[in-house]
Design a protein around this ligand. Structure first.
Ligand code: CA
Ligand code: CA
Length: 427
């Protein structure tokens, strides 16, 4: 007998289905739990907020404690310029199915750098511009502002100062650079040297009022010298004053002046023209020498050598006395000094006749010459009793006393040789 299969009861079928569903449910639950576990395994070490300093670089390593081999940027990062501060939202993927949102912040917290430039200036100068007080300024994002931290200090008294300059970038990072400053206060006026007071200038001569003048200053290497000779007329005999003014760059002023006299030989008596003609003829035979003093000495020698001293009545005017001396080659001290004078006049060498006064040793008259050579007035005497050439006051003897105030200020520096021609010839 074939066996009849016993039909499962509906109760049994239901139990099988129920068990199967339970198994399927358990399998699904296990799978879900496993997936969550896997994802947690990767995401927990992920760093979702990363900050870097502008100018530095970043990589996937920055977003993981332990970077999985499968990690990758899902977002295209090729356009990110790390020099520029900004915030980026990025997506990072790992494994095959998972990705995560992260944030990358690029920030500038680095202050600018730079160096101080020492400043040296005068109190009268404008305060240096702040940009010139610092150099080699650098910041990745550029310099937004440079300014004196405490404003411009009062440097009117001069001295050494340290002035802080603040350099700031566009993100408010700043550096203080201390700038040393040396400020000079110049309150001393310039010094003028080489002024030639009591000058004699021959009519028509060229004269350079700056010749030999030196202006110095404690600070200013080139003080400004102005010369006011506006009233001076070299073609018009007379006395003049020329004014000098030296100014340093701080405005300190020194003023000075000199006195000059334009001298011109003149023929006081037209009838004496003959004496001047004779003098011109004599001068043609006398060497001029290299300087006025050499020329004056050569003329002096001619008088000493060619006019024989003869004490007799004088002549009323110097022109007539000279004419007599030139013609007769004889004469007293008046004739001799007048011959010298007329020759000097024609040689264009300033000169004066000096008259003896207040002598304690003699009551007789005596005359000699003052000549202006080597920038000073010197005494000369052609007479054989007291011959000398170019003496200063202190070298004069008791026979040459005179009324000092009647004559121009004499030289005070001794000439090299004061020997007269006769003395030299006798020695
Ligand atoms: Ca910066
Ligand atoms: Ca000065």
């Amino acid at each position: 007998m074939s066996g009849n299969k016993e039909k499962p009861s509906s109760k049994k079928v239901f139990r099988i289905v129920r068990i199967s569903l339970a198994v399927l449910f358990c399998l699904a639950a296990v799978s879900a739990v496993s997936l969550v576990a896997v994802k947690d395994f990767y995401t927990k070490p992920l760093i979702t907020d990363v900050t870097i300093e502008a100018g530095s670089t970043f990589s996937l390593d920055d977003f993981f404690v332990t970077k999985p081999d499968s990690a990758r940027f899902v977002t295209d990062i090729s356009g990110i310029d790390t020099k520029i501060p900004a915030v980026y939202g990025l997506k990072i993927g790992f494994d095959k199915y998972f990705s995560q949102e992260v944030r990358l912040t690029i920030q500038d917290t680095t202050a600018p750098t730079g160096k101080a430039v020492k400043q040296e200036f005068f109190t009268i100068d404008p305060f240096p511009e702040v940009e010139k007080c610092v150099t080699d300024l650098y910041d990745l994002n550029g310099i937004a502002e440079v300014k004196f931290r405490d404003g411009i200090p009062d440097v009117s008294s001069g001295g050494d100062f340290t002035v802080p300059v603040v350099v700031t970038d566009p993100y408010q990072n700043s550096t203080v650079i201390n700038v040393p400053m040396h400020v000079t206060k110049d309150s001393t006026p310039p010094v003028i040297t080489g002024l030639k007071d009591n000058q004699m200038v021959r009519s028509g001569d060229d004269i350079d009022f700056r010749d030999g003048i030196i202006v110095t200053d404690d600070y200013d290497p080139s003080p400004v010298l102005t010369v006011d000779a506006s009233k001076f007329d070299v073609n018009k005999p007379g006395k003049y004053v020329v004014y000098y003014k030296a100014t340093d760059r701080s405005g300190n002023v020194t003023e000075a002046s000199i006195n000059l006299e334009v001298w011109q030989s003149s023929v006081s008596d037209l009838k004496s023209k003959e004496a001047y003609n004779l003098a011109d003829a004599i001068l043609k035979k006398i060497k001029k020498g290299k300087t006025d003093s050499e020329y004056a000495k050569n003329i002096y020698k001619w008088v000493c050598h060619n006019i024989v001293y003869l004490g007799r009545a004088g002549h009323p005017t110097f022109e007539k006395a000279a004419l007599s001396g030139f013609k007769t080659r004889k004469g007293n001290c008046w004739v001799m000094c007048c011959c010298y004078k007329v020759l000097l006049d024609r040689a264009n060498i300033p000169n004066l006749i000096v008259t003896r006064a207040n002598s304690k040793v003699t009551r007789s008259n005596h005359y000699w010459n003052l000549i202006y050579v080597d920038k000073g007035w010197y005494h000369c005497d052609c007479t054989p009793l007291y011959p000398f050439f170019m003496k200063i006051d202190s070298q004069l003897d008791q026979f040459h006393t005179f009324e000092s105030k009647l004559y121009p200020k004499r030289a005070t520096k001794k000439a090299k040789s004061t020997k007269g021609y006769y003395a030299k010839r006798e020695s």
